[in-house]
Design a protein around this ligand. Structure first.
Ligand SMILES: NC(=O)c1ccc[n+]([C@@H]2O[C@H](COP(=O)([O-])OP(=O)(O)OC[C@H]3O[C@@H](n4cnc5c(N)ncnc54)[C@H](OP(=O)(O)O)[C@@H]3O)[C@@H](O)[C@H]2O)c1
Length: 288
């Protein structure tokens, strides 16, 4: 049995649907299982048992993991993320889980300039030392998060950033789910670390150019200094300061460390990654 944590979120939800598409049953965890079940399509629901679990409550994790062999582990970013992921690993090991697939991030290193990635490094290390088979997926920026730019584009035709001409390896969260489902169902893929990128990297000027073409009206990119972007995100977009700091840090990482797509995702799924053009095209109503 496969347990999927964060099943109501971007990568957990995608993994659940990809497992169902392969005919693999799973247990999906949420702090609100009724809300989770209400959001699932019929095919996924038929192969999924939804269960309550909160990473802040180890008893709920142990109950949810009982009898399971594999765990897909992802956790929303936040002040307790590391603590929650470590609690999930401890409970999974205690419950006899044999394989954990963890969603991590690029630059998961001890001296990473991105605080969240330093947290992922800690969790990855603990996972590898836990004795279970450890598979780590390190996706780049999710295309789905570009929808956060939609209000600014719809209202004023502007995207704010601090990346200059640097490019990002956007990847579709549904491809992350497909890759996760492969590593959960093909034992020969387990036990490795995989970076996951889209097929090509885009700068903000390229992204806004593409969006402008698709929308049929100009979309401007306004490049700000890092502190200016932080202030904009907190004061104008209403983001919590820790999240604004995270956004600034990942944009600065893209500036100092060139992002270049590779073919790991295609190797895992056996097909080319979904494209940014296709994602924007299907989401265009959100940007209007
Ligand atoms: N966004 C990006 O572009 C990007 C890029 C690279 C890596 N990442 C990494 O991807 C991960 C986030 O993945 P995601 O976008 O799939 O997550 P997400 O959608 O933000 O959230 C995943 C789930 O975390 C669950 N959660 C939060 N607190 C919990 C708790 N106390 N106990 C149990 N579950 C809890 C929530 O489930 P319920 O509310 O249903 O309980 C939520 O659905 C992060 O680690 C991030 O660093 C993100």
């Amino acid at each position: 049995m496969i347990v999927v944590m964060g099943a109501g979120g971007a990568t957990g939800g995608a993994t659940l649907r990809s497992l169902a598409a392969l005919g693999a049953p799973s247990r999906a965890l949420s702090r609100d299982p009724a809300r989770l079940a209400a959001g699932l399509d019929d095919r996924t629901l038929a192969l999924t048992k939804t269960l309550p679990a909160d990473a802040a409550d180890p008893d709920s994790l142990r109950a949810a993991f009982r009898g399971a062999h594999q765990l897909f582990l992802t956790m929303a970013n936040g002040p307790h993320q590391v603590q929650h992921e470590l609690a999930a690993i401890d409970a999974a090991v205690e419950s006899g889980v044999e394989h954990i697939v963890k969603i991590s991030a690029p630059a998961a290193e001890p001296d990473s300039p991105v605080a969240v990635s330093r947290g992922h490094h800690l969790v990855e290390e603990r996972l590898r030392a836990s004795g279970v088979t450890a598979t780590v997926l390190r996706p780049y920026a999710f295309m789905q998060k570009l929808l956060l730019l939609a209000p600014g584009i719809a209202a004023a035709g502007v995207v704010h950033g601090a990346m200059g001409q640097a490019r990002c390896n956007y990847v579709d969260a549904r491809d992350i789910g497909d890759a996760a489902a492969e590593v959960l169902t093909r034992p020969e893929l387990a036990g490795a670390t995989y970076p996951l990128t889209g097929g090509r990297a885009y700068s903000y000027p390229e992204l806004t150019g593409l969006l402008g073409e698709l929308l049929g009206r100009p979309v401007r990119y306004l490049d700000l200094p890092p502190a200016g972007l932080h202030a904009h995100l907190v004061e104008r977009a209403g983001m919590p300061p820790w999240l604004a700091s995270h956004v600034v840090e990942i944009q600065q990482l893209a500036v100092v460390r060139r992002e270049a797509p590779d073919d790991t995702l295609a190797h895992l799924t056996g097909r080319a990654p979904r494209t940014l053009e296709a994602f924007l095209q299907e989401s265009l109503h959100r940007f209007r």
